[in-house]
Design a protein around this ligand. Structure first.
Ligand SMILES: *[C@@H]1O[C@H](CO)[C@@H](O)[C@H](O)[C@H]1NC(C)=O
Length: 323
């Protein structure tokens, strides 16, 4: 009789422990759900939405159907992400625009989250309706760690359709290291995307001097740009004389005409340092033009000594007559 009641006592203790255990587990789940909700509402949703709009186009659809996993991935919350996966959420859930959680993790540069997602079977080559891959997003955020991780997991380094080319995105944003990793993985250095031109052309358009330098060092074709527009044309429209000098040092042709029949010099802002750099490279034929520019500058008391010296072979009086 007494033995029986002891047995019942033990049984009750076990039941109580189990009940408490499940109760706590439930509490933790509710707490996590609340926390996640708090993050969605209070987190930097505006900023994330802005980036999302830039990358994916319209925001309304792509934001309406994001899962908690998307939220956790985009904010780099590893613990929440692991919890959701442990709870059995599908890592390959996508929004209407086919944005996956891996896309989000890479856009935020959250390598630890991206790794967990990949280890749980996230599609490394998944593309959104806008042709964006996780690798593209990693290049957008400028995360060499994410780029390396994705390549390790077999990501396609170069896309067939050129809508969202990872290397062009890396160059556009000046992420030189990401660019170098892609080039080391057999991405064509002269890949000409219809909308963007070659990587060198993009680097010149956005004045990413470091990228220009590296691309030229690695053997990019100096005159290949966007159809008839050469990288030099792109550089001439900008304000960096350094980019002009780099291109000229690597033998860029100064006289090539673009589809508007213009050479690079025609595109440079008059009396800018870019125009001077181009004139300096043109040699004797444009020396007279350079001297006129030089004299105008000298009269304006901003004469550059090097340019002034270049004028010396020609009699200054001759040019003063032009003024
Ligand atoms: C991703 O695409 C590349 C190139 O098509 C392919 O070699 C690779 O196997 C794909 N990776 C996965 C995990 O499907």
């Amino acid at each position: 009789m007494e033995e029986n009641s002891v047995f019942h006592g033990f049984k009750n203790i076990y039941v109580t422990i189990f009940a408490l255990f499940f109760f706590f587990k439930l509490l933790i789940k509710i707490f996590l759900a609340l926390l996640t909700h708090f993050y969605i509402v209070k987190g930097n949703r505006k900023e994330a939405a802005r980036i999302s709009e830039e990358i994916y186009g319209g925001i309304s659809e792509s934001w309406a159907d994001r899962s908690l996993l998307h939220e956790a991935a985009s904010q780099g919350r590893l613990l929440a992400l692991k919890t959701l996966i442990a709870q059995g959420i599908n890592v390959n859930l996508v929004t209407i625009n086919r944005v996956s959680s891996l896309h989000e993790a890479c856009l935020g540069g959250h390598v630890a989250c991206a790794k967990v997602l990949l280890e749980h079977g996230a599609h490394v080559n998944g593309t959104t309706v806008h042709g964006v891959t996780p690798l593209f997003n990693a290049c957008c955020s400028g995360s060499p760690a994410c780029v390396n991780l994705l390549l390790e997991f077999g990501a396609k380094p170069q896309l067939d359709d050129h809508l969202a080319s990872p290397i062009h995105e890396a160059v556009k944003r000046g992420h030189k290291e990401c660019m170098e990793i892609l080039l080391a993985n057999n991405v064509n250095i002269d890949q000409e995307a219809p909308q963007h031109g070659t990587p060198l052309y993009v680097a010149c358009s956005y004045q990413r001097t470091d990228c220009v330098k590296k691309l030229l060092e690695l053997g990019a074709s100096v005159d290949q740009g966007k159809w008839l527009d050469t990288p030099l044309h792109a550089a001439a429209r900008q304000s960096s004389a350094e980019v002009i000098d780099l291109l000229a040092d690597y033998g860029a042709s100064l006289r090539l005409l673009n589809h508007q029949g213009k050479c690079a010099l025609d595109l440079a802002t008059p009396q800018s340092s870019v125009e001077q750099a181009l004139l300096l490279r043109e040699g004797p034929s444009s020396l007279a033009q350079l001297c006129r520019l030089c004299i105008r500058k000298c009269l304006g008391r901003s004469c550059h000594y090097a340019i002034y010296q270049l004028c010396l072979p020609e009699p200054l009086e001759k040019f003063l007559l032009y003024q």
